[in-house]
Design a protein around this ligand. Structure first.
Ligand code: G3P
Length: 217
């Protein structure tokens, strides 16, 4: 399973990239606003730090303007994936961009029917938002399982990118279902590492080791 960081904060991305565990980055207009920096400059910098896909989202609602924005974004670097919303214009842009060899991430997916359309439009990634789905009383993970089944039935190459991840169990459940990618805020990726029994075990081993008076040389 690939791990993407869901942030536009370059410092956070650098820190995660140094672990060797980071396969890509996803951004969205909200995350760009939160980072408080120039969008194009940030994307340029992120695309240099991470060699995997970096999703940069168009903000236009109509097809022509989406394509114009996509052209600006894809010129930034070869590893840019254009993020388009799951609308008629977004699917049309997805088809046109992927036919040209550009990676496309279709975002704001909340149903299996939408995911099927994105795959038919040739999407590189489909982004179902599990946390936001849970928020309104639906089962986000049931949606991931449905999409996995449908994509496998037809051998669609579109990768399931689980988004709106809110806690480590979302990651574990998505991996159990066989999602291709998950994107999460860096805080959650760090939480995946932590376990109190690991911390206690490390502290106990260090204490006992100190008692031996030895060093490893
Ligand atoms: O990048 C899209 C997605 O991950 C947003 O997550 O937490 O705003 O629902 P969230």
């Amino acid at each position: 399973m690939k791990f993407f960081a869901d942030t536009a904060d370059v410092a956070e991305i650098r820190e995660l990239a140094e672990t060797g565990l980071l396969d890509g980055v996803t951004t969205n207009p909200t995350l760009v606003a939160k980072a408080g920096r120039n969008f194009l400059e940030s994307v340029r910098e992120i695309a240099r730090v991470v060699s995997g896909p970096v999703s940069a989202e168009v903000v236009a609602a109509d097809y022509d303007e989406m394509m114009r924005e996509a052209e600006v974004l894809r010129r930034i670097a070869d590893n840019i994936a254009i993020k388009v919303p799951l609308t008629t214009a977004g699917l049309k842009a997805c088809k046109a961009l992927t036919s040209d060899g550009t990676m496309v991430n279709v975002t704001l997916c909340f149903s299996a029917a939408q995911a099927l359309l994105a795959a038919k439009a040739g999407a590189t990634f489909i982004s179902p938002f599990v946390g936001r789905h849970d928020d309104v009383g639906f089962d986000g993970m049931a949606l991931i399982a449905d999409i996995r089944l449908i994509y496998d039935n037809y051998d669609f190459a579109t990768q399931i990118l689980v988004a709106s991840v809110r806690h480590p169990m979302h990651v574990v459940e998505a991996a159990r279902i066989g999602a291709d990618v998950m994107t999460a805020p860096p805080k959650i990726i760090h939480q995946l590492i932590k376990h109190p029994l690991t911390d206690n075990g490390v502290a106990a081993f260090l204490k006992d080791w100190e008692g031996t008076g030895q060093t490893i040389v």
